[in-house]
Design a protein around this ligand. Structure first.
Ligand SMILES: Cc1cc2nc3c(=O)[nH]c(=O)nc-3n(C[C@H](O)[C@H](O)[C@H](O)COP(=O)(O)OP(=O)(O)OC[C@H]3O[C@@H](n4cnc5c(N)ncnc54)[C@H](O)[C@@H]3O)c2cc1C
Length: 277
């Protein structure tokens, strides 16, 4: 979909979507916009909608997701051994931290093709050297983090000058680590390297990366600095609700999917008049 039709009061009366090159109008009583932390703000910026706060596209965050990999004598088979799952939350507020917030540490499952691309990106191996290294796949194991990222004025989504086939401008994301994310990543790399050394790994290396798209239409109590209220409803458009990763006001240190689901249930309850603020 690429547009909304609205009445004189500003309520959305129809969703406009294109199928096989033809636009269709779907009339509606209410809209739940669930296009994710990139496409939701993109659409709202494109339409100039729900942005009296100026916060649509702002507060873009991504988890600090540094990984440490090593080779073990025993077979680890990371594509069918232990899954990606939680190991510890001890680092959520580590006592020796020189940064705010914290991170959780989790085991990593990975398939060969993803492993190969990460090795190319992370270790800079190409050609025969890459082929030689990935022969060790069955003996590889990794651990990684999900670290809280702080929102910063320089990290935001905007519209670029490129246009897609629906006539919408494509999004451009401006994002880089601040001092807090850099310190957190260094702390995590040191901690995980020590863990892998203690576990007997050799050829240990760190892969700096970030993960997940978070923020851009944040939830809040003040319509002057938030896009939706505590129930996910737009402050500006009475029958517009946002239900996705974009409404997170902070990044948290957890994988986002369960929180998105919990917030969606909460929004549904509020919409149905059965609770939630
Ligand atoms: C490789 C990978 C691994 C991940 N692993 C995990 C994990 O282990 N645990 C975890 O918690 N999270 C994980 N995530 C993150 C998780 O998938 C996302 O945080 C989550 O899916 C975001 O949900 P959402 O509802 O905000 O958006 P999305 O899931 O992105 O849903 C948005 C939907 O809107 C549709 N859409 C967008 N624009 C339009 C439009 N204009 N018209 C119509 N439809 C539109 C899209 O096609 C899409 O279906 C992972 C993500 C990736 C990419």
């Amino acid at each position: 979909m690429h547009s909304f039709e609205r009445d004189a009061s500003g309520r959305i009366t129809a969703v406009v979507y294109r199928s096989n090159g033809i636009d269709h109008w779907q009339r509606c009583a209410a809209v739940f916009l669930c296009a994710g932390a990139i496409e939701t703000p993109r659409l709202l910026l494109h339409l100039g909608l729900a942005n009296s706060s100026g916060q649509v596209g702002r507060n873009y965050m991504a988890h600090v997701a540094t990984q440490v990999w090593g080779i073990f004598e025993q077979e680890m088979r990371p594509n069918r051994g232990f899954p990606a799952s939680l190991i510890t939350e001890d680092m959520l507020r580590p006592p020796d931290a020189d940064f705010s917030a914290g991170y959780l540490v989790q085991s990593l499952g990975i398939v060969p093709v993803t492993w190969a691309t990460q090795v190319a990106r992370g270790r800079g191996l190409w050609g025969q050297r890459l082929v030689d290294y990935i022969q060790k796949f069955n003996h590889v194991a990794g651990i990684g983090i999900n670290g809280e990222c702080l929102s910063q004025p320089g990290n935001f989504l905007e519209l670029s000058d490129e246009i897609d086939e629906t006539g919408m401008r494509k999004p451009r994301v401006n994002f880089s680590y601040g001092a807090n994310e850099r310190s957190m990543s260094q702390h995590a790399a040191k901690f995980m390297t020590a863990a892998w050394q203690a576990a007997g790994a050799s050829d240990i290396w760190t892969f700096e990366r970030s993960a997940h798209t978070i923020g851009t239409c944040r939830m809040g109590t003040d319509r002057d600095n938030a896009v939706v209220d505590g129930s996910g409803r737009s402050f500006d458009v009475e029958n517009l609700w946002i239900c996705d990763n974009s409404v997170f006001p902070s990044a948290l240190a957890a994988n986002p999917a369960l929180t998105i689901m919990a917030l969606s249930l909460r929004t549904a309850e509020a919409f149905l008049g059965r609770g939630a603020p």
